[in-house]
Write a protein that binds this ligand. Structure first.
Ligand code: URA
Length: 433
């Protein structure tokens, strides 16, 4: 078999066989297939797509390119969730403790932020002392003892995706439903949970710009999960503006803590309550969405979910006193206020632009090697639909960088105002199962 023939076959829009896909993934993982041939094939897939059968073969080949994790040592149904990435997306930090406080086990492997999107691991590391590197036995023990652990992915899990994602990132081949769905699902399936909830974002701050594309990606991933007998469901959620009010690592942890204290922003609370209820249904804790939402809400009111977050932080070596007193988080040196130059209703806060601005303030990485400033970021004072007076505060900016005047200008430009009232849509548009 020759890689060049496989590239030409896909370039011509033909279906690849299981043997051909296995050959590609094995060869790329062991470096017998060079980056230039793999990127050429990735581009052919971007243009010509893959059918359901090919996507299944690709996911399977990636899934078994390295180790897989068995969570058999953990009692009960193990749930997992994954977000396709967005701006201000601190959902895991809220949802994890919420479902764990309902008695459901969450053994989660998360990622780091890249580009305009943040990552759960970076956010967690803004809690002093907390480690995301835990030996497998300790990981299993922690989930058995307290019901939750959120850790980094081990180096040997899905090595094919690690290599391929890095290559796609620099060859313009990220935005492809077959490549995204196989990338996400191979990692989720390798990490061993019984159920998977996918939060598929659409809008300016997401990979999928439209609801239709998000639906297609969600359907593809749910079908892959079903095929492999994992209860997989998806929610389609709006990422046309940042989620919640906080963007930036420690700022988002503080917002997650506030949410578990009963003071969360409306969109984040709605998302976590419904997504949590779906996860409880997947774990067979409740039968209906309403029942699940009631249980989730009760765990916010009783502060049991907040205590669960503190337990997790302590178990992973972090200082849990920060959870009960978020004023302890280190603050950035400089704080600026961005004001509106006119009156109106907010019709857009471009999530992609806000994410990129937060990155330039120090909150994100332009390349994998960059270090990040955990205290940098933005706190929105207005959301889509809000009324704004001339000169009123739109948001507050936190950074340790000296001159950020051009970033402040860009942040202001990311807010688009209208003279007419603006209707606000729901945060979850659809549930796919
Ligand atoms: N997230 C992933 O893990 N993989 C992709 O391809 C895109 C988003």
């Amino acid at each position: 078999m020759r890689m060049v023939d496989i590239i030409i076959k896909k370039r011509s829009g033909l279906e690849l066989t299981k043997e051909e896909i296995d050959f590609v993934i094995n060869g790329f993982t062991n470096s017998s297939i060079p980056d230039y041939q793999m990127s050429s094939l990735a581009m052919a897939i971007v243009f010509n797509g893959m059918n359901k059968k090919e996507i299944g073969y690709l996911t399977n080949a990636m899934l078994y390119s390295g180790d897989t994790i068995s969570l058999k040592g953990i009692e009960g149904i193990k749930v997992d969730k994954h977000s396709t990435g967005g701006v201000g997306d601190k959902t895991s930090l809220v949802l994890g403790p919420l479902v764990a406080s309902c008695g459901v086990k969450l053994a989660k492997m998360s990622g780091r932020g890249l580009g305009h999107t943040g990552g759960t691991l970076d956010k967690l590391e803004s809690i002093p002392g907390l480690t995301i590197s835990i030996e497998k036995e300790d990981f299993i023990k922690q989930v058995n003892d307290i019901g939750i652990a959120i850790v980094g992915q081990t180096g040997t899990l899905v090595p094919a995706d690690k290599k391929l994602y890095a290559l796609r990132d620099v060859t313009g081949t990220v935005e492809s439903i077959p490549l995204i769905s196989s990338s996400i699902m191979s990692k989720k399936l390798a990490s061993g949970s019984d159920t998977i909830l996918l939060d598929v974002k659409f809008g300016s701050g997401a990979f999928m710009k439209t609801l239709d594309d998000a639906r297609e990606l969600a359907r593809t991933m749910v079908d892959i999960g079903d095929e492999l007998k994992r209860d997989t469901r998806a929610i389609l959620t709006d990422m046309n503006e940042p989620l919640g009010l906080a963007i930036g690592n420690s700022l988002e942890v503080i917002e997650a803590i506030n949410t578990l204290n009963g003071n969360g922003p409306k969109d984040l609370v709605e998302l976590c309550t419904k997504a949590g209820a779906i996860m409880l249904m997947q774990a067979k804790k409740v039968e209906t969405l309403e029942e699940g939402m009631k249980l989730i809400t009760s765990k916010i009111e009783s502060k049991e979910a907040l205590d669960k977050l503190a337990q997790m932080v302590k178990a992973q070596g972090g200082d849990e006193s920060y959870i009960y007193d978020p004023s302890k988080f280190e603050k950035a040196k400089y704080e600026y206020v961005v004001r509106s130059s006119k009156e109106g209703y907010v019709k857009e806060i471009n999530a992609l632009e806000i994410g990129e601005s937060a990155m330039r303030l120090g909150a994100g990485r332009a390349t994998k090697e960059d270090t990040i400033d955990l205290s940098a970021g933005i706190i929105l004072n207005k959301k889509v639909g809000s009324h704004v007076e001339e000169n009123e505060e739109l948001c507050r900016v936190f950074t340790n960088k000296e001159d950020v005047s051009s970033v402040l200008e860009d942040i202001k430009e990311s807010f688009k105002l209208s003279e007419e009232k603006v209707d606000v849509g729901p945060i979850i548009y659809e549930i796919i199962q």
